[in-house]
Design a protein around this ligand. Structure first.
Ligand code: F6R
Length: 615
């Protein structure tokens, strides 16, 4: 949510900023802007509604020169996406330029105070207030430099921020700060690369410093990197090495990141299982569990918190934990959970699931659970992300960077990790006997190959997409392990094709949604041969009797559903608990092709952003 880039060094900043902004555009893409400062203190400032390409078109070939610069791609919170609300924002005297990701919650009060003192504001944003506040502190204190003034200003701010500020009076320095919104500093040879995440940095350096909450940093060509807390304590920067490879953040010949990421799933699931699932040793190795065996064995309850697609993974995990480990589970939307007064006690383990590891509501939920004494187990994809760092223990999904806004490979990797955890805990709690445990390991190990086989169904899904691309509504139905798959199928379709879609447990259909069914309504069933197969077949009959058009995901060789449905997509047989790893793939491909046929912006659907760092 909003992408921040910055550069300070001996290269021209502008091309680096533009390249970085394009890499970060998935975080927000309703406007973009840059500010570049030359050695003689000349600030060039350009902003534009729309994408980075719209900004470039607006600049019509002008290339600002200078070795210090900041850039921003926005996901609007305060004020509509337009040129004036786009970042960077300038101070009243034009001396400071600032970019911001997050929300300044008390901006109204600050704005009123500053307006009363003569400040004039042009935008609707909270960000403009912050740059005026820093300016005011610099002017009033007469002696506080940008770093100190920013630190003092942030003590008056309530909310979340990652910011970068530059000052025309010092072209060799940039000031940065973070609270609840990520910020990474790449350390090159006499140069610094700033970004919201590591994707724009990886091609220049592998050495990074992740700024922590309430830290303010100064990067200077003369003095290097200095960090202090907002309360003015010195912090020694910790340099970590990035493990990301550049190919993972490029399209690699695919038309869209989403398609590339769908096709990467056989590999990403295998990467997730590698080293953990030890078939020859008939065991699962996961440090986050092995180091806390007693806690997992004695846990009274698991609480799973997440948002969106990650929440769907949590719902599937609920079935897994109940089946394999016989432990009570609650699955909560992080945004609701954080504002309730939940009863959490000793013996509760909170599992937080997040691709980005930065989702504001999930982060807030884990902080609350920690305060109440729960152990937090984080499942994240982005290495070094806030949730991964704030969890007591956890497991990475190792899916690699996910750039398409719609989550695909991160979801299946979450399911793979959750399956490993549930099976391991089931064995620890002596619910799973050795035979069932080993059978599950064999099935899990076979999933990447079965996912690979599903990729050959793409032409069939393209045909189905062609047939239904004119639909205005769609229903997705499933039961048991496949009920959350139906929810995820509906979410995927609506978010990238803008076709209204609803997911339901198939049996719930007769309690209301059945009224929607007519000959124009496509109904997508997951009807694989599992414990609920016969019941789902009855639900299909009910839809057919009312003229609905049936598309079903079935187990290979199924004849019964094939006779009733207009289209079927076959998936290989596996354990019921692992079917979602397969049954979700056709829905991803269907949504993708539907969106392409409708000429939607697949990787950057309207109004969305990849990483939701505001609540
Ligand atoms: C949908 C999607 C979102 C995210 C949600 C949580 O395709 O990507 O629903 O799943 O915003 O994000 P993370 O997993 O980063 O916490």
């Amino acid at each position: 949510m909003c992408g921040i880039v910055g550069y300070l060094g001996n290269q021209e900043a502008f091309p680096l900023l533009i390249k970085g902004l394009k890499r970060l555009e998935y975080r927000g893409y309703d406007s973009a802007g840059i500010a570049v400062l030359s050695e003689d203190g000349n600030l060039k400032h350009h902003r534009r509604k729309g994408k980075v390409d719209d900004l470039l078109e607006h600049m019509s070939g002008s290339v600002p020169t200078g070795n210090l610069g900041i850039g921003h791609t926005r996901w609007a919170t305060h004020g509509p996406p337009n040129d004036i609300n786009a970042h960077p924002h300038l101070s009243g005297n034009g001396q400071l330029a600032l970019i911001h990701n997050g929300i300044i919650e008390n901006y109204n009060a600050l704005k009123e105070t500053l307006t009363n003192r003569g400040h004039a504001f042009y935008s609707d944003t909270d960000t403009e207030v912050l740059v005026h506040l820093i300016e005011e502190i610099m002017q009033k204190s007469q002696g506080l430099d940008l770093f100190e003034a920013t630190r003092v200003a942030l003590n008056e701010v309530i909310g979340a921020y990652a910011i970068a500020v530059i000052d025309t009076s010092n072209p060799n320095e940039m000031v940065l700060a973070r609270k609840s919104s990520p910020l990474v500093i790449g350390i090159g040879d006499g140069e610094y690369f700033i970004a919201s995440d590591a994707t724009p940095i990886i091609e220049y350096t592998k050495n990074v410093v992740y700024l922590e909450d309430e830290e303010v940093a100064r990067i200077s060509l003369a003095d290097g990197l200095k960090i202090r807390t907002a309360s003015n304590h010195r912090v020694t920067p910790i340099v970590t090495e990035l493990e990301m490879a550049i190919e993972t953040i490029e399209k690699g010949g695919y038309e869209h990141f989403m398609l590339k990421e769908i096709h990467e799933q056989p590999r990403s699931i295998a990467d997730c299982l590698r080293g953990r699932l030890r078939l020859g040793h008939e065991s699962i190795r996961m440090a986050g569990i092995d180091d806390h065996k007693e806690m997992w064995t004695k846990a009274n309850r698991l609480i799973i918190v997440a948002c969106g697609t990650s929440w769907h993974a949590g719902l599937i995990a609920e079935y897994m934990f109940e089946d394999f480990a016989r432990v009570p589970v609650e699955v909560e939307y992080a945004s609701e959970f954080r504002y309730r007064n939940p009863v959490i006690g000793e013996g509760d383990i909170l599992i937080a699931i997040s691709q980005s590891g930065e989702t504001a509501d999930t982060l807030a939920a884990i902080r609350m659970a920690k305060e109440k004494g729960a152990h937090v187990f984080g499942i994240c994809n982005v290495v070094g992300s806030s949730i991964s760092r704030e969890s007591h223990s956890g497991a990475y999904t190792h899916a690699g960077p996910e750039i398409g806004v719609a989550s695909t490979k991160a979801f299946t990797a979450q399911l793979a990790v959750l399956a490993l955890v549930a099976i391991r805990v089931g064995r620890l709690r002596q619910v799973l006997d050795e035979q069932r445990f080993n059978r599950l390991l064999v099935e899990l190990n076979g999933i990447p190959e079965k996912v690979e086989a599903l990729m050959s169904k793409e032409p069939e899904l393209e045909t189905i997409a062609e047939e239904f691309k004119g639909s205005t509504n769609a229903l997705f139905l499933g039961r048991g392990y496949n009920f959350p798959v139906a929810l995820e199928g509906a979410l995927k379709l609506k978010e990238i094709s803008y076709i209204h879609a609803e997911g339901y447990p198939a049996a719930e259909m007769k309690h209301g949604p059945i009224a929607l069914i007519d000959e124009n309504m496509p109904v997508f069933f997951v009807a694989t041969q599992d414990a609920h197969y016969d019941k789902v077949v009855s639900n299909i009959q009910e839809v057919k009797a009312r003229g609905g058009r049936i598309i079903a995901i079935v187990t290979a060789g199924d004849k019964e559903v094939a006779n009733m449905a207009e289209f079927v997509i076959e998936v290989h047989k596996t354990d019921d608990a692992l079917v979602p790893l397969l049954s979700t793939i056709p829905f991803q491909l269907l949504s993708y092709h539907m969106a392409v046929k409708l000429d939607r912006n697949v990787d950057q659907p309207r109004n969305l952003a990849k990483s939701v760092t505001v609540e």
